[in-house]
Design a protein. Structure first.
Length: 577
């Protein structure tokens, strides 16, 4: 097999590593790759991928060398020669590269990436020093028109950087002196800006406030927005509010396209999305990243789906109903249809919250309402005691309205480190429920003294239906390889081992991002493995996941991503045979 040239540091961070160039902020495939991409809405070409190591992730863990694709579906998997390809079929020689099913995310807030203010980039989530942050911002600046904002909101955390702090105004100026910048941490800040950004915010502070809840941004001389290193709320949210006021529909479509291009560059092809919806009301500075018009948050994605420009599959739940009497939840379930849409953009169920879980009477009644309506339901208990209460409630509800066929799911957020109670897993399994195992905070923001982590090994050996979730993109990376790295090593962003004895093998972790995940979307018959009859969703990786050193897992990228039989991402170096 030909020796591969390792990617440079800049390449693995940036879009160039994914074979993507950028024009006017919208990623497009390089010229070689564009020739392979059919126009939106056109028929998927017949393809034959040969000379690969295709990990099908089927029940027998079959490894093949050839996969044939017709009409957007897997037609055959085996060990044929390219000489067997029918006339007119496009043949791509993989030169021994590893192929995996398209990865599936079963809990994220990715649709809100389309609503990020400015020209957003997610690439900071892959950086490890402020110097690397500067490199990414300088490269991104080349794609941003004069006068427009460069932003990066959520996904990254300063604990992932060696300096364990935000970049200063001076450091941001060194990277980009001629475009305003806003780096915004998680939902509510803190944030950081450069000189041009400070001038903008200082002028806004000097003018009459634009909203009753507006608090002065008060950018410090070092570019910090927030009283202390980890200050949250108030000033940072006002800064975000000012930028959100300038957004247009086309801005949101552009950022949605950018988000999809980044996702496919990672081999991540399907999302189960839990983006905030009804409870958060109109655009207000007190609501941080979640402060969107709840009735228009999906507009850009709906428009792109109508235009045939979605390059990933998106299923989304309606979430965050928080009325004091569950009235909107009840009325909404009367008029909506679960799983309405197509296999590229579809409504799913209710989640992450049918009602605030801390409000016990309200939340308990909400579970009854969802069960009575026959919808899928997703919840996130914040600690072990709440998980036990959740299981008790599910069993009570099930006696009145059976839920075993509805595929309710529990995200095990906040329940790690105390040892998962396997009796609760058994009870959930008996109710037909699944669990999501979060890597989340341990990837970027875990304290070096943390001694807790998700109980991957215990849960996997239990046998309940389980997947690994990211909870991207506000508080953790969208990059699935970072979460797989943590699941297989237990090493957090400080280099500390925080999950001894609970690691998964690489095969187990990959399976929980592919084969077990289709079930969460009620699509196990069509996605998650590379088998005849299933949708042709797969990724050709730039390095051997099963053989590389642990630290290299985080750097994995796709050189060829196919969704619905269409090439949606292609890096240089792969050509038709």
């Amino acid at each position: 097999m030909p020796k591969r040239t390792p990617l440079s540091r800049r390449e693995f961070f940036g879009a160039t590593a994914a074979g993507v160039t950028v024009a006017a902020g919208i990623p497009v495939l390089n010229a070689q790759a564009q020739r392979a991409v059919p126009p939106p809405g056109g028929p998927a070409p017949d393809l034959m991928l040969v000379n690969g190591r295709i990990h099908t992730m089927d029940a027998r863990d079959t490894i093949a060398s050839t996969v044939t694709i017709r009409n957007g579906r897997i037609a055959a998997v085996g060990n044929q020669s390219r000489r067997t390809a029918p006339a007119g079929m496009q043949v791509i020689d993989l030169h021994g590269r590893l192929v995996v099913p398209g990865l599936i995310e079963s809990h994220l807030h990715g649709l809100e990436l389309g609503s990020r203010a400015g020209y957003h980039t997610s690439l900071l989530e892959n950086t490890t020093t402020i110097g690397e942050v500067q490199e990414i911002l300088a490269e991104h600046r080349k794609t941003v028109p004069e006068g427009q904002w460069i932003t990066s909101m959520g996904g990254w955390h300063p604990n992932q950087w060696a300096e364990h702090r935000h970049p200063t105004l001076k450091e941001l100026d060194e990277a980009v002196p001629d475009r305003p910048i806003l780096l915004y941490e998680r939902f509510t800040g803190p944030a950081a800006t450069n000189t041009l950004g400070k001038k903008f915010f200082d002028a806004a502070d000097a003018a009459p406030p634009l909203h009753p809840d507006y608090r002065k941004v008060n950018v410090s001389q070092t570019g910090a927005i927030g009283v202390a290193t980890y200050a949250m709320g108030g000033p940072a949210m006002s800064a975000l509010y000012l930028l959100r006021r300038m957004q247009t529909a086309e801005d949101k479509k552009r950022n949605s396209l950018v988000a999809m291009a980044y996702s496919t560059s990672l081999g991540l092809t399907s999302w189960l999305d839990e983006s905030t919806l009804y409870s958060l009301g109109p655009l207000r500075p007190t609501q941080g990243l979640a402060g969107l018009d709840p009735y228009r948050v999906y507009d850009s994605w709906l428009a792109l789906n109508r235009e045939g420009r979605l390059t990933i599959r998106v299923q989304f739940d309606f979430t965050n109903f928080a009325e004091p009497d569950n009235q909107m939840l009840e009325e909404y379930l009367k008029i909506q249809l679960p799983f309405f849409g197509d296999d590229k953009f579809r409504l799913g169920g209710i989640g992450e919250w049918a009602a605030p879980i801390a409000n016990v009477p309200l939340w308990t009644e909400a579970q009854r309402i969802v069960a009575r309506a026959g919808w899928r339901n997703q919840n996130s208990p914040g600690d072990a005691a709440t998980l036990r209460r959740l299981v008790d409630t599910f069993e009570t509800v099930n006696k009145e309205f059976p839920i075993a066929d509805l595929r309710w799911n529990v995200n095990l957020l906040g329940t790690s480190g105390v040892g998962i109670d396997t009796s609760l897993l058994t009870r959930l399994n008996n109710l037909g429920c699944s669990v999501n195992m979060p890597a989340t905070n341990f990837v970027t923001s875990a304290d070096p003294k943390t001694v807790a982590g998700p109980d991957f090994r215990t849960i996997t050996e239990h046998g309940i239906h389980a997947g690994i979730m990211s909870n991207a993109a506000h508080i953790s990376p969208l990059n699935p390889w970072q979460h797989i790295y943590y699941a297989t090593t237990g090493v957090n962003s400080f280099g500390s081992q925080v999950n001894p004895g609970q690691h998964l093998t690489r095969q187990e972790a990959l399976r929980r991002y592919t084969a077990t995940k289709g079930w969460f979307l009620r699509m196990e018959d069509t996605i998650g493995t590379i088998e005849p009859g299933k949708y042709a969703d797969l990724a050709v990786l730039d390095r051997d996941y099963f053989a590389i050193p642990d630290v290299e897992i985080k750097k994995i990228r796709s050189v060829l991503t196919i969704v619905d039989g269409r090439i949606v991402h292609q890096a240089p170096g792969l050509h038709s045979a």
